[in-house]
Design a protein around this ligand. Structure first.
Ligand code: MN
Length: 717
């Protein structure tokens, strides 16, 4: 069991004495708050934070990180608060432990491979300070080392999470040693049989392999010495998981894996050029295997790993893999991001430090400009993925959103219907307003209600393009729906006013022409355009009237038209139509035929026969097939009673004046009455007219009178 003195011994090699005191203080604090707690292994709980701190000390981490390792479970598992930690150990430590507490509360439930990357990003995003992630990795390593005390399914779950999430994170940070350990520990639980077999095979050949390793190492070393190249040559068995992966991927047996040992030349010098020189010496020594050379110096890996890799045919005709790198490259390869704390101690030049930070920034995809590297070092509150936030679905999947996203964005990312019917949200099981801004690690649950609709206000609370466009779609659709209903209503009324049935036209060829002429794609659009008031219903109906009955602006005439169906007999009795009985007859407004004119009838849709004069320009353009012969009935002139209402100023002699106009048309007035209210006189007449043209003329004449405000033809009188 690791003791505090072991940690202090390691720490004092690179930390000042006052820091060691703080570490000791943290140890005492941790011991007192974890007092009485035991691990599954039966050991005191304290052993765990101690081991974690030990791993961090081996990595030569800074004081705050080591202290955070000692205290990492105190907020989660004891009564300790962040305020207490801040008081005792300062802001930095409190911040780190709080971050670790948040990380410890999330776990990756999804088994889906594609979710892993998002989960890794979530962890990176939650590790606002990269040291949080480094402590988390150390924590995971110790938990993996002691995994045997867990139940079998729990072991498997943790091992999977480790290999899918934490090992790749270690790799991403360039910490190869952590990655290898995490992979091998996981491998042991995920594929125990393969692990056992492989370890046995390796153990069996161990002695021979050691002899072989020493032999190859000395050949390389001696060869380079001839050229006075100072270096270290290493030969190490590859970690089990990488061998297993190779066998698996290449479908080969253990015996066929030749390069079990990775040889490594680590130069004392930091000159890249020397790496290439060493390469050519090695190639002169042993024949290279074609296609196996990789130049990660010229083209570093995504995690900034740099090295030359080559495979040669070794002394026994076997394949030997050799890596060649400088000391700095090696440092990065082993410790990755953690390596830069070493530089903090002034072991390297400033150039290296800046270079290292540059690498660090690039590895972590940090966008913001860091002006002062020193400041950056002491205050490592990295904003990783500052523009993104990662949250869980109730199923444990991870979804990423732009910063500022709300539950509404989340709801629309699930399904349009979920978005549209979203009425509320629960974050980590408590209800939040829909404008709540999602935080990293939130578990989001959407509450929906069938029939609920989005509102325009939602647009203020969403940031994803998907949500924005879905809400806009819905609003547009609703507007269209209501404009459709309105447009249809208005059009039907307008058509009806002209005794046409809108529904009879909607599939006709004529309507298609109208659509083309108005540059409208489909009927629905025309209807909604009318509903939105962009096209007047009159304009539409005019297309259908043009030939038969062009719209006439004069209100009186419109009224007349409107009233026609009320007395269809008016036309019938006046007009005779060849071979046709009992059909509605109307007179065209374009030419106003009067008895005596030469006339023709046009069979209209819905308005019976329209009678035009033969001189009418419209009838000439009409479909000849639909023109019928009509004639005036040669009989005594009939008269029809018609009610009219005249509204005018109450001046003297109103009734006489209007009456004399009517009489001047040689029309009988069978009833007259005047009512005066507030200096406005309303005169009602019933007059006997012989034809509509006559009525029309009478009404026009009355309208000409100065004091008349309006003239109306009354349907009911
Ligand atoms: Mn822990």
């Amino acid at each position: 069991m690791l003791r505090i003195n072991d940690i202090i011994d390691k720490a004092q090699t690179y930390l000042p004495p006052e820091d060691l005191e703080m570490i000791e203080k943290a140890y005492i604090y941790s011991a007192s708050v974890h007092q009485g707690q035991v691990r599954l292994s039966g050991e005191p709980y304290l052993t765990h934070p101690m081991e974690v701190a030990g791993i961090l000390t081996d990595m030569k981490m800074d004081t705050a990180t080591i202290i955070s390792g000692l205290l990492h479970d105190t907020i989660e598992d004891t009564l300790t608060t962040a305020e207490q930690l801040e008081k005792e150990f300062g802001k930095d430590v409190a911040f780190l432990v709080e971050g670790l507490t948040k990380l410890s509360r999330i776990s990756f439930g999804s088994q889906e491979e594609r979710q892993s990357e998002n989960f890794r990003k979530m962890i990176l995003a939650m590790s606002a300070d990269i040291r949080i992630l480094l402590v988390r990795l150390a924590d995971r390593i110790h938990n993996m080392r002691t995994l045997q005390y867990h139940q079998k399914d729990k072991r498997l779950y943790i091992a999977r999470e480790t290999i899918d999430i934490y090992a790749p994170l270690a790799n991403r940070l360039g910490i190869n040693s952590m990655r290898m350990e995490l992979e091998d520990l996981s491998f042991q639980y995920i594929a125990p049989d393969a692990y056992e077999t492989l370890s046995a095979q390796i153990a069996k050949s161990k002695e021979a392999r050691n002899r072989y390793t020493e032999e190859v190492k000395s050949i390389i070393f001696n060869e380079l010495e001839k050229y006075s190249i100072k270096c270290k040559v290493e030969g190490r068995a590859k970690h089990l998981y990488s061998i297993y992966k190779k066998m698996h991927e290449q479908h080969i047996d253990f015996d066929e894996v030749y390069d079990l040992i990775a040889f490594r030349v680590i130069l004392d010098s930091d000159k890249e050029k020397t790496c290439y020189e060493v390469l050519s010496m090695v190639h002169a020594l042993w024949k290279p295997v074609p296609g196996r050379f990789k130049d990660y110096i010229a083209m570093p890996k995504a995690n900034h790993y740099q090295s030359l890799h080559t495979t040669v045919i070794g002394p026994y005709g076997e394949r030997v893999e050799i890596q060649i790198r400088t000391k700095a490259m090696h440092e990065w390869a082993e410790k990755g991001i953690a390596a830069h704390w070493r530089y903090k101690e002034g072991r390297a030049h400033k150039d290296d430090e800046e270079n290292q930070i540059k690498k660090l920034r690039e590895v972590l995809e940090i966008q913001q400009d860091i002006k002062n590297p020193k400041e950056f070092m002491s205050d490592l509150k990295l904003a990783l993925f500052p523009e993104e936030v990662y949250v869980f679905t109730p199923q444990g999947d991870v979804k990423s959103f732009p910063k500022g996203a709300t539950p509404i964005d989340f709801a629309y990312s699930i399904h349009t219907d979920v978005g549209n019917q979203c009425i509320g949200a629960k974050i980590n099981r408590s209800i939040v307003p829909l404008r709540y801004k999602l935080q990293n690690g939130d578990r989001v649950e959407i509450i929906t209600q069938a029939g609920h609709h989005p509102s325009k206000d939602w647009l203020k609370n969403v940031v994803t393009t998907r949500a924005i466009s879905k809400i806009r779609n819905w609003i547009n659709l609703e507007e269209k729906k209501s404009s459709m209903a309105l447009g249809r209503d208005v059009l039907e009324k307008e058509f009806k006013r002209h005794h046409l049935k809108f529904n009879n036209y909607i599939k006709s060829e004529e309507i298609k022409k109208v659509l083309t002429e108005l540059s409208i794609n489909q009927l629905d659009d025309l209807i909604s355009q009318v509903g939105l008031g962009r096209i007047s219903p009159k304009r539409v109906v005019n297309y259908f009237l043009a030939g038969e009955e062009a719209e006439v602006a004069e209100p009186v005439k419109e009224k007349l038209k409107k009233k026609k169906p009320a007395s269809p007999s008016m036309g019938v009795s006046l007009i005779g139509i060849d071979d046709i009985d009992d059909i509605m007859v109307n007179f065209a407004k374009c030419c106003n035929p009067i008895p005596g004119d030469e006339i023709s009838g046009y069979i209209s849709r819905g308005r019976g026969v329209i009678v035009h004069t033969n001189k009418c320009p419209y009838i000439k353009k009409m479909d000849a097939e639909r023109i019928v012969n009509v004639q005036w009935n040669a009989r005594e002139e009939h008269t029809y009673p018609v009610g009219i209402k005249v509204v005018c100023d109450d001046v003297k002699g109103v009734l006489t004046e209007v009456s004399s106009i009517i009489s001047s048309f040689d029309v009988n007035i069978s009833y007259a009455q005047v009512e005066t209210i507030n200096l406005i006189a309303t005169c009602n007449f019933v007059i006997d007219i012989s034809n509509l043209q006559q009525l029309n003329q009478i009404l026009s004449a009355i309208r000409q009178l100065k004091f008349v405000k309006s003239v109306e033809w009354l349907h009911h009188f």
